[in-house]
Write a protein that binds this ligand. Structure first.
Ligand code: GLN
Length: 380
């Protein structure tokens, strides 16, 4: 039987490849982004509690009401906005399901979606599977800032959506209030929608605020915004997140979501609703991760890697051009197999796979792990 691939140029994600390689070679795994420390025992007890008390059947399609209510409270606290839990919030199977359901709802064959380059690896395949086309606009160097003139230049009659991601994976860059203004100006009086992937909203460093598109009433009217409890509560395997969109748009997205995953794991939703009651459970993570970033950078002092200090996320970029001119995919493999530290080659995030001799390291790890990895890297 012949299968006509919808994604002929896509293989297994680099995250699965590098994590597998790390495991097989017993390497310290700073590749795929996930924390190696435990999550809150109360949160785990909460899931257990709700399983034992019988919350084990289908949740309502948009998410259990108490969780949507607490998400609303959290958004109000963080961004000073009032969001309607019945029409504007949907709980999803991780942010990636939200992105998938939203794109499937919106993108028609021939539509163009402007993405920033480099970009998280999932965006372009999801656009392509829906018959759309990803139009990449390079982020500027050395700060990985958005080139708004570049975005303007790429807008055509087919532009359906602009996709932004702040804090940005893989660069660790964040957007400013001025970026939001630029996005307002570009989209004003157009039919262009915005997809804002904000899964690292609580991991922003050095006292900077997270500039959610939800802060702008104008952008809010045309935006779908995605979030992740996996990132915020150190539980990436739980696959639970949520999205925010204006009512008319959300009504359409829910039509897709309901036939995509229908609902999300019920007891986990109740446990997270309880956990959201204490804002410290999410507001404290910026400080915790900033310490890890600073610790990792401190340990890497004296190495021949050159960092681009992360402003957010739990990823740190390191340029290795003083060490080697090997392609980044090869050096990532060599470091894993021969030296025992796994990372992600940055080229995979570029549409043209350009190689700037940069690796991405995940620092969501205990200090012992970061120290051991840095010791190895400092000798290279
Ligand atoms: N978001 C994670 C990262 O950037 C990877 C998630 C995955 O493996 N699909 O490392």
């Amino acid at each position: 039987m012949q299968i006509q691939s919808k994604l002929p140029n896509v293989g297994t994600t680099i995250f699965s490849i590098m994590s597998k390689m790390a495991m097989e070679h017993n390497a310290i795994n700073l590749s795929q982004g996930f924390p190696d420390f435990p999550l809150s025992p109360e949160l785990i007890d909460g899931v257990h509690h709700y399983m034992k008390t019988g919350m084990n059947q289908y949740a309502p399609m948009p998410g259990v009401p108490i969780l949507r209510q607490r998400i609303g409270d959290k958004l109000n606290r963080a961004y000073g906005i009032s969001v309607d839990m019945d029409t504007e919030i949907t709980v999803t199977s991780g942010a990636i399901e939200a992105i998938n359901s939203a794109m499937t709802t919106i993108i028609n064959v021939g539509d163009e979606v402007i993405i920033m380059d480099p970009a998280y690896d999932a965006y372009e395949p999801i656009i392509n599977v829906n018959g759309g086309k990803a139009i990449a606009v390079p982020l500027t160097q050395p700060d990985y800032a958005i080139d708004w003139e570049g975005v303007r230049a790429k807008i055509t009659d087919h532009t359906r959506m602009i996709l932004i991601n702040s804090p940005h994976n893989p660069s660790g860059a964040i957007i400013s209030a001025d970026d939001l203004k630029q996005l307002e100006d570009i989209t004003r009086d157009t039919e262009i929608l915005v997809l804002s992937d904000e899964v690292y909203e609580h991991i922003v460093f050095d006292g900077m605020p997270h500039q959610s598109v939800l802060r702008s009433p104008e952008l809010r009217k045309r935006s779908i915004v995605t979030y992740s409890f996996g990132k915020t509560f150190h539980a990436t395997g739980w696959r639970i997140g949520y999205m925010i969109a204006p009512p008319a748009l959300m009504a359409e997205i829910r039509k897709v979501h309901q036939y995509n995953t229908f609902t999300v794991h019920t007891p986990t939703q109740y446990a997270i609703a309880d956990h959201l009651k204490d804002p410290d459970n999410y507001e404290s993570i910026a400080g915790m991760y900033q310490q890890k970033r600073d610790y990792f950078l401190e340990q890497m002092k004296g190495s021949r890697f050159t960092p681009v200090k992360a402003k957010g996320t739990y990823f740190q970029l390191m340029n290795y051009s003083q060490i080697s001119d090997m392609p980044d995919t090869e050096i990532a493999e060599w470091l894993t197999k021969e030296h025992g530290v796994a990372s992600i080659p940055m080229s995979i995030f570029y549409q043209d796979k350009q190689d700037n001799k940069v690796l991405r390291f995940c620092f969501a790890k205990g200090e012992e792990t970061l120290k051991a990895a840095a010791e190895i890297l400092c000798k290279i």
